[in-house]
Ligand binder design. Structure first.
Ligand SMILES: C[S@@+](CC[C@H](N)C(=O)[O-])C[C@H]1O[C@@H](n2cnc3c(N)ncnc32)[C@H](O)[C@@H]1O
Length: 374
C-alpha cells in the first residue's frame, strides 16, 4: 500500500483525482488516502495536481482524547524496528487541519529522533537516506470548498517518504510568464487537474483535445506530460498564441482554427481522447443561450471524435454552490443543473463527477467529468 497526502486547496478533488488515476482508494482522512502499489503507480501519480506527499510502509493511528506526542513517538519507534533501513534518517512532522491539543510536531520529531538513532541509523537533517514523514491530521473546518465526506476523525499517519516523488512545481510556468498571455489563461494547477481527473484507471489518455484552447493553458500541461495535443479555437490569434506557447515548452502538437462544434470534421475519428476545456464565459456570454448551445454542440462533436473518450471541464456557476447543500439544483451555465445533466445525457455522456471550485467572491465553477453513457 502507498499513502497519499493531499493538498488542502480542495480535499474532495484530491480524492477524486487519486481515484481517477489509480482506481480504488481507501479514505483515511479527507486529505489522506491509501492505494495499492503497482508497477506503474508512480508514473500515474506523476500526473496528479493535488498530491503533496507519497508515503510507503505507512501506518495510521487514530488520535483519541489524551493521546500525547510521546505516545505517537513510541508507536513510530516501534514501527521503525521493522521498516527503517540502515543508513541516515530524518524525521519531518507537520500538521494539517485544526491543531490538536497536546500534540506537538517538534516534540514528535525530537522524541522519535532520540528513540531510534543508533550506530546504524544516525540523524542527518540535511541529506538523509531515509525521510520519515509524520502527518498529524486534525479535523477540517471553514474550508473554502464543500466536501461530501464531512468531518474526518483526527489521525496521525507516518511512513517513509518516497524519494522519487516530487510535487509539481509551477515556477516559471505561470500564465503571465508565457510568450502569449491573455486574462482568460487557466492556471497550470487547474489545467493539470482537469487532465488528471479526466483519467480512468483502465484507459490510457493518448490525446488531450481542447476545442476552446485560448492561450493553451490546458494543452501546455498535456504536452509537458508527453500526451498528444489536439488544440483548436475559433479565434486565429488564440491559435497562433497557443502555438507560440507550445513551442516555448517544446511540446508536440496540432493546433488549428475551428468552431468547437466542428472538431469531428477537423480531427476525424481518434481514439484515446480526453476532451479537457473551459468553454467561453464572461459577464454576459455564459448566461446567454449561446454559451450553453456552444458547449452542447462541442460535446456532441467530441462524441463523434471518440465515442469512448472522456470529458473534463469547468462550467460557470454562482458562489452559492460553495455554501449551500450539495443536493441543491443550482444554476450552472445559465440553466438548472438537473436540466443541464439531461441535455448532456441526450448527447451521449454520463456525468460522473460534479464538484464546485471557488474563483472569486462572485464566481464559482463547477468541475464536471463525463464518461460515455453507454
Ligand atoms: C475561457 S477561454 C479558454 C481559455 C484557455 N483554457 C486558456 O488557458 O487560455 C474560451 C475560448 O473559447 C474560444 N471560443 C469562443 N467561441 C468559440 C467557438 N465557437 N469555437 C471555438 N472556440 C471558441 C475563445 O476564443 C476563447 O479563447
Amino acid at each position: 500500500m502507498v499513502t497519499l497526502v493531499g493538498n488542502g486547496w480542495h480535499p474532495w478533488l484530491f480524492r477524486e483525482e487519486a481515484k481517477s488515476l489509480m482506481g480504488e482508494i481507501e479514505t483515511i482522512h479527507s486529505r489522506i488516502v491509501s492505494i495499492q502499489l503497482s508497477e506503474n503507480t508512480l508514473s500515474r501519480l506523476s500526473r496528479a495536481a493535488l498530491i503533496d506527499d507519497v508515503l510507503e510502509n505507512s501506518e495510521t493511528h487514530v488520535i483519541g482524547e489524551g493521546t500525547t506526542s510521546a505516545d505517537i513517538a513510541e508507536a513510530i519507534s516501534a514501527w521503525a524496528e521493522n521498516f527503517l533501513e540502515p543508513g541516515t534518517f530524518a524525521v519531518r512532522s507537520r500538521s494539517i487541519g485544526i491543531g490538536i491539543e497536546g500534540i506537538s510536531t517538534k516534540e514528535i520529531e525530537m522524541d522519535v529522533g532520540n528513540r531510534i538513532s543508533s550506530e546504524i541509523n544516525k540523524v542527518d537533517l540535511a541529506d538523509p537516506k531515509v525521510e520519515i514523514s509524520v502527518v498529524i491530521a486534525g479535523q477540517t473546518e471553514g474550508e473554502a470548498h464543500p466536501d461530501p465526506l464531512g468531518d474526518s476523525p483526527s489521525v496521525v499517519v507516518w511512513g517513509v517518504r518516497n524519494s522519487d516523488w516530487e510535487r509539481e512545481k509551477y515556477s516559471g510556468r505561470s500564465p503571465t510568464e508565457r510568450p502569449f498571455f491573455k486574462p482568460v489563461s487557466l492556471e497550470p494547477r487547474q489545467a493539470r487537474l482537469l487532465i488528471s481527473i479526466g483519467h480512468r484507471p483502465d484507459c490510457e489518455v493518448k490525446h488531450v483535445v481542447d476545442p476552446f484552447c485560448g492561450t493553451g493553458g490546458i494543452v501546455i500541461e498535456a504536452a509537458l506530460q508527453g500526451m498528444g495535443v489536439l488544440a483548436s479555437d475559433l479565434d486565429s490569434r488564440m491559435v497562433e498564441g497557443t502555438r507560440e506557447n507550445l513551442d516555448w515548452v517544446n511540446g508536440g502538437y496540432r493546433a488549428e482554427i475551428c468552431n468547437a462544434s466542428e472538431i469531428d470534421t477537423l480531427w476525424g475519428p481518434t481514439d484515446g481522447c480526453l476532451f479537457a476545456f473551459d468553454p467561453p464565459y464572461g459577464r454576459s456570454s455564459w448566461k446567454s443561450e449561446d454559451g450553453l448551445n456552444l458547449f452542447l454542440s462541442a460535446i456532441s462533436s467530441a462524441r463523434r471524435v471518440d465515442p469512448s473518450g472522456a470529458i473534463s471541464t469547468m462550467l460557470p456557476t454562482g458562489p452559492e454552490v460553495l455554501s449551500q447543500g450539495l443536493g441543491e439544483d443550482f444554476t450552472v451555465m445559465g440553466v438548472k443543473w438537473s436540466q443541464l445533466e439531461e441535455l448532456i445525457a441526450q448527447r451521449g455522456w454520463k456525468v460522473v463527477l460534479k464538484s464546485p471550485i471557488k474563483v472569486h467572491r462572485s464566481l464559482a465553477r463547477m468541475v464536471i467529468v463525463c464518461h460515455p453513457a453507454d
